[in-house]
Design a protein around this ligand. Structure first.
Ligand code: ATP
Ligand code: MG
Length: 137
């Protein structure tokens, strides 16, 4: 049993793919343990993506992530970190496998529709960034 953080990013919310993303999770046997919509400030987006602060795309990425509301979710299930990353596809939609969320819905390497934690340690940090214990069911 594992948990991971998923985000439907501002581009995904604008494109109305939230229902489709949730459908794919539930069809794969992934349980949603928490969910909310949130509009990140620039500073909150910078805190979330702090590991990327030296990268050339950091400013543009955090502008994008604070450009509109996101939907953040805690996903739960066996091997869910890997399963979610598999459903998402590669960071760059041009390299993402057929049938993945990013292949189907992402516009670019930056505006790539969804986020998923990449390891147990990052999942723990990212879940606690958005949710307290009473909000996870
Ligand atoms: P995420 O962490 O959002 O799930 P990821 O793990 O596939 O995505 P990371 O390398 O962690 O990819 O990059 C974080 C995010 O930064 C990407 O999802 C994307 O929005 C943006 N990003 C990554 N590389 C680039 C790039 N070369 N140019 C612009 N934006 C980028
Ligand atoms: Mg990442």
């Amino acid at each position: 049993m594992e948990r991971t953080l998923s985000i439907v990013k501002p581009d995904g919310v604008k494109k109305n793919i939230l229902g489709e993303v949730i459908r794919r999770f539930q069809k794969s046997g992934i349980r949603i343990a928490a969910i909310k919509m949130i509009h990140l400030s620039k500073a909150e987006a910078e805190g979330f993506y702090a590991v990327h602060k030296e990268r050339p795309f950091f400013s543009s990425l955090t502008d994008f992530m604070s450009s509109g509301p996101c939907v953040v979710m805690v996903l739960e299930g066996e091997d869910v970190i890997r399963k979610n990353r598999e459903l998402m596809g590669a960071t760059n939609p041009e390299e993402a496998a057929v049938g993945t969320i990013r292949k189907d819905f992402a516009a670019s390497i930056e505006q790539n529709a969804v986020h998923g934690s990449d390891a147990p340690e990052t999942a723990a940090f990212e879940i606690s960034y958005f949710f307290n214990a009473l909000e996870i069911h």
